[in-house]
Design a protein around this ligand. Structure first.
Ligand code: UD1
Ligand code: CA
Length: 454
C-alpha cells in the first residue's frame, strides 16, 4: 500500500562520528560497497520520496558536494554546530517549510532499516487527521543508550519520549525504546519544531521533544515498531563490521532464493548491486566488488577478485582470476588461473586459460590465448588497443604490442613479440636465432667449479 501523501525525506548526517576514529566522515564509510549515506538515499527512493535533503556538518562539505555530483536531485543542507537532532532538521527547513504531506526523518547511520518499515510510518497518517507524528520504536529491555517511549494510558499512543540521560529509574525499566527515525506531518513540523527548547542537561535541541509539543497542541502521536536488527545504528568500526555481516547474510539469502549455489557462503563477499542469474555456482573465497553481473549457469572458482564486470551465460572464471573494470566474459568463455583482464571483451567460447594479462583488448569468438600471453597496452603515457578477430590462436608466451590487430583465423607462434598487424589466416611468428654448442654444458660447469675452488 503506498501513501497518497507526498513524502519529503530529511536525512540527518551531521553527527561528529568521532567513535569511528577516521578522517573520512562516518556516513561516507562503505557498507557492502555502498557509502552509508547512499543506503539512506536508496531508502528514500524506495518509499517514493518527492524530494530528499541531507544535512551535513560543514567539515564534510567536499564529500557532500561529490555526492551531489552523483545524485543531482538531492538538496544539501549544513548544520554549523551539532546542536541536536531537532536543530539538524531545522537546518533543512527550506525543504519542508512550505510543503504539505509528510516529512520522513532518517538517520544516515542507520542503514539496515527497510522500506516496508518506513512505509508503515508514512501510512499511519492515512485517515488520521489529528495525528502529527509517528515514531519508530523497538522492544529493547534495559538498553543502555536508547531513549524510552512512554505511552498514554490507552496503550497505543505516545505520551512522550525521554532520553536515557533524563530518565527516572521507572522510565529506564520501560522496554519500548525510540529508534530515532520519525514521520511528521509537514504543517505540524513547521508549527512545532521552532518551539523546541534546549535540553536542561545537555543544551541540545531534541527532536523527541516534538512528541510532547504535539500533544500540548491537541494532536496525537502514534508509533510503529521495527526489529532491533533494522534499527541498529553505526557508531564504531565494530558496529560497521557487524552491519556488514548482517547485510552480507541478507544479500546471500536473496541470491540463493534466485537460484545461486554457494559452496561456502561465509567466504564470499558481495556488493549491494551484485546480480546473479539462475544456476550460478560460487566456489569458496570470492570477492565481488561493485558493478558485477553473472549470468545463468556461470561458475566462479575460488580466489577470484571481480569488479565492474559482466560474465555471460555458462562462462567459467578462476581459480585466481582478477577481472578489473570494463571486462566482459562472453558466453561459455573460460578464464583460468592467474589471468588478469582489464577493459577487455572476450567473445563467445574464447579461452584464456592460464597466466595472462589482457588490457584494452577486444577478443572475438572461439579464440585460444596461450599461457603467458601479455598485451603491452600502455606506453607510459597512452593506452592502446589490441584487437583479435574470431578464431585466433595465440601461442604461449606471446607479447602483443598495442596498437595491434590480428585477423580472423590467424595463428601467432609461441614466443612471438608481435609488433605489427597479423592478417587473417596468416601464421606470424618471431624467432630469436638458436645456437647449439656441443659439449658446452660440461665445459661451462667445470670452468665454474674451478673458479669457485681457487
Ligand atoms: C537518538 C534519539 C534517541 C534514540 C536514538 C536511537 C534524539 C534526541 N534522540 O539519540 O531517543 O533512542 O537516537 O539511535 O533524537 N545528528 C545531526 N546533528 C546533530 C545531532 C545528531 O545531524 O546535532 C544526526 C546524527 O548524525 C545521527 C542522528 O542525527 O545520524 C542521531 O543522532 P545521535 O547523536 O546518534 O542521537 P542519539 O543520541 O543516538
Ligand atoms: Ca545514535
Amino acid at each position: 500500500m503506498s501513501s497518497s501523501l507526498p513524502i519529503h525525506v530529511v536525512i540527518l548526517a551531521a553527527g561528529q562520528g568521532t567513535r569511528m576514529r577516521s578522517h573520512l566522515p562516518k556516513v561516507f564509510h562503505p557498507l557492502c560497497g555502498v557509502p552509508l549515506i547512499e543506503h539512506a538515499l536508496t531508502l528514500a527512493h524506495n518509499v517514493g520520496a518527492r524530494d530528499v535533503t541531507a544535512v551535513f556538518s560543514p567539515s564534510a562539505r567536499s564529500h557532500a558536494l561529490a555526492l551531489k555530483e552523483k545524485f543531482q536531485d538531492i538538496t544539501l543542507a549544513y548544520q554549523d554546530e551539532p546542536l541536536g537532532t531537532a536543530h539538524a532538521v531545522l537546518c533543512a527547513k527550506d525543504a519542508w517549510g512550505d510543503a504539505d504531506g509528510i516529512v520522513l526523518i532518517l538517520f544516515a547511520d542507520t542503514p539496515l532499516i527497510t522500506a516496508p518499515t518506513l512505509q508503515a510510518l508514512v501510512d499511519s497518517f492515512q485517515g488520521n487527521e489529528t495525528q502529527a507524528v509517528c515514531v519508530l520504536a523497538l522492544e529493547a529491555p534495559r538498553h543502555p543508550h536508547y531513549g524510552r517511549v512512554i505511552l498514554e494510558e490507552d496503550g497505543c499512543h505516545v505520551a512522550r519520549i525521554v532520553e536515557i540521560k533524563n530518565a527516572s529509574a521507572d522510565e529506564k525499566n520501560v522496554a519500548l525504546c525510540n529508534a530515532g527515525l520519525m514521520a511528521v506531518r509537514a504543517r505540524d513540523l513547521k508549527e512545532l519544531l521552532p518551539r523546541v527548547t534546549p535540553n536542561a542537561l545537555t543544551r541540545e535541541y531534541y527532536l523527541t521533544d516534538l512528541v510532547e509539543l504535539a500533544r500540548a497542541s491537541g494532536k496525537r502521536v502514534s508509533y510503529r515498531t521495527a526489529s532491533s536488527l533494522e534499527v541498529m545504528g553505526i557508531n564504531t568500526r565494530a558496529d560497521l563490521a557487524l552491519s556488514e555481516s548482517i547485510l552480507q547474510t541478507q544479500l546471500k539469502a536473496k541470491a540463493m532464493e534466485a537460484g545461486v549455489t554457494f559452496l561456502d557462503q561465509m567466504s564470499v563477499y558481495l556488493s549491494m548491486d551484485t546480480v546473479f542469474g539462475q544456476d550460478v555456482t560460487l566456489h569458496p573465497h570470492l570477492f565481488f566488488g561493485k558493478g558485477v553481473t553473472v549470468e545463468e549457469g556461470a561458475t566462479i572458482l575460488s580466489f577470484s577478485h571481480i569488479e565492474h564486470t559482466h560474465i555471460a551465460k555458462g562462462a567459467t572464471v578462476g581459480p585466481f582470476a582478477r577481472l578489473r573494470p570494463g571486462t566482459h566474459v562472453g558466453e561459455d568463455a573460460k578464464v583460468g588461473n592467474f589471468v588478469e583482464l582489464k577493459n577487455t571483451h572476450l567473445g563467445k567460447g574464447t579461452k584464456v586459460s592460464h597466466l595472462t594479462y589482457l588490457g584494452d583488448a577486444h577478443v572475438g569468438q572461439a579464440c585460444n590465448i596461450g599461457a603467458g600471453t601479455i598485451t603491452c597496452n600502455y606506453d607510459g603515457v597512452n593506452k592502446h588497443k589490441t584487437t583479435l578477430a574470431d578464431g585466433v590462436f595465440v601461442g604461449s608466451n606471446s607479447t602483443l604490442i598495442a596498437p595491434v590487430t590480428i585477423g580472423q583465423g590467424a595463428y601467432i607462434g609461441a614466443g612471438t613479440v608481435l609488433t605489427k598487424d597479423a592478417p587473417a589466416a596468416s601464421l606470424t611468428l618471431s624467432r630469436a636465432p638458436l645456437k647449439e654448442i656441443p659439449d658446452g654444458a660440461t665445459r661451462l660447469m667445470s670452468r665454474q667449479k674451478a673458479k669457485k675452488a681457487s
